[in-house]
Design a protein around this ligand. Structure first.
Ligand code: ADP
Length: 431
């Protein structure tokens, strides 16, 4: 129904009731009594309206604590609409604060930093990632100018130049950060920070790897090309010289092949799409094969012994063979003639362990931490002489990572080295 009608019809009805009552009194008791009755009705009506106005004014002072009366006449409708408005308002507020809490929680889980500043760069709010990246503290630094909080010349220049359409790469607190300011709402700006330390490190590793791999491949290729050019320009070369060139070319070709195979192995081991196969590894068979290979590589120049006193494990046969044989072949290659090598598989209190001990050339302390880096060698020429690719220990590290195992290296120059692999207890299979 029309709201105006809804309001005016009850008012008109009540007024007519009063008029009829006044007319009835006037009819029975004379016009003066009728007028007095009408006046009294009017006064009662006004007092009732004033009372409701008073109640309404009191309620407006404390809408949350006071209860509104049910009302009478048009007031019933007014009060019930006010009630509804208040309920809607409460619901909106609850929705809003719930949304705000959710927004804050989402912001606090964000790996990227977000700081909100006003138009003159005074900090209004920032999430935990921004606190971590920029060294801010949301409660302590609120209301302070970010240029006073982030005292970095590159950042200050970025603000002065105001070229906010481009991000800025910043070295701050031992991190590589990508920061960008995004103006919004005319009077506010968001500062977004992204920690690029890890991706920068990976990018650097990738660049180093390509540079090293190209360098490693270039040397044998140069040798092979050199001999091929000689063969082309001097067709009547002596047969014995030709044979020695061919032998050297085959060696360099093998070196390239080893290198490419090691690079492919590393790439495969690093791939997340290539999960480790959990199969039963027969340690006895595996180590016996490795021992035979080591003896063949040594050619009788070393004394090689082996002790197996531990259970089999779960893992990938191929990967473990590659890791163990890398360690054993290193021991052979870096131990001078007459030296001894001890291979052991033992059960210890901490779990099962594999160790290779030699009394070879050893490694000085400053190199030990870097040995598992790709292409890291203590002595480049010696590694090449012994057909090393510089990738062996990097492969070992990756295989062990995939098998929840750790590698420890103890070594002393001129005395020898011990490489120990420790497996987590859950890798063991019951004997
Ligand atoms: P490479 O193919 O050059 O042997 P690795 O990654 O297997 O590459 O080893 C890295 C470096 O660690 C080697 O170049 C060598 O200098 C050193 N190294 C590894 N094992 C031994 C060892 N048993 N004794 C002495 N030095 C070793």
């Amino acid at each position: 129904m029309n709201p105006q009608l809804l309001f005016w019809v009850p008012v008109a009805l009540r007024l007519s009731l009063f008029l009829i009552a006044a007319a009835v009194v006037g009819y029975f008791f004379g016009p003066v009594a009728g007028l007095a009755a009408g006046l009294i009705c009017l006064i009662v009506l006004i007092v009732v309206q004033l009372n409701y106005l008073f109640l309404l004014s009191g309620w407006l002072d404390h809408p949350e604590s006071e209860k509104l009366p049910d009302g009478w006449g048009a007031w019933t409708d007014i009060f019930s609409r006010l009630y509804k408005l208040r309920r809607d308002d409460e619901r909106n507020r609850a929705d809003l604060s719930e949304w705000l809490a959710r927004f804050r929680q989402a912001m606090s889980l964000l790996p990227d930093g977000v700081a909100i500043m006003d138009d003159v760069l005074f900090l209004e709010w920032c999430n935990p990632a921004a606190e971590k990246h920029l060294g801010l503290n949301n409660s302590r630094d609120k209301g302070m100018r970010v240029t006073n909080l982030i005292r970095n010349p590159d950042f200050i220049d970025y603000i002065i130049l105001g070229r906010y359409d481009q991000p800025l790469t910043l070295s701050l607190r031992d991190r590589k950060l990508i920061v960008q300011i995004i103006p919004f709402e005319n009077r506010r700006q968001i500062l977004v920070t992204h920690d690029a330390t890890e991706s920068e490190r990976i990018e650097m590793m990738r660049r180093d790897f390509i540079a090293n791999a190209s360098h490693e491949l270039r040397t044998p290729l140069t040798v092979i090309n050199g001999f091929l050019e000689i063969a082309q320009s001097q067709p009547d070369l002596d047969q014995s010289v030709r044979m020695s060139h061919l032998k050297l070319m085959i060696e360099q070709g093998e070196r390239m092949q080893n290198l490419v195979e090691d690079m492919l192995t590393l790439t495969r081991l690093e791939s997340i799409d290539y999960p480790v196969r959990a199969e039963h590894v027969n340690i006895h068979n595996l180590l016996e094969q490795i021992l035979q290979e080591a003896k063949a590589l040594s050619g009788g120049r070393h004394k090689i012994s082996m002790l197996i006193d531990g259970p089999d494990i779960q893992g990938s046969n191929d990967e473990l063979r590659s890791a163990f044989s890398n360690l054993v072949s290193n021991a052979v290659r870096y131990t001078p003639e007459g030296g001894s090598i001890e291979i052991a598989w033992k059960q210890t209190e901490a779990g099962v362990q594999f160790s290779v001990k030699d009394n070879g050339i050893g490694i000085s302390a400053e190199h030990i931490a870097r040995l598992t880096e790709r292409f890291y060698r203590v002595d480049k020429s010696r590694s090449r002489e012994t057909q090393g690719t510089g990738l062996g220990l990097a492969i070992v590290k990756h295989v062990l990572l995939r098998h929840d195992a750790g590698l420890t290296i103890e070594s002393e120059p001129e005395k020898g080295s011990t490489f120990t692999v420790r497996f987590a207890a859950h890798r063991q299979t019951l004997a």
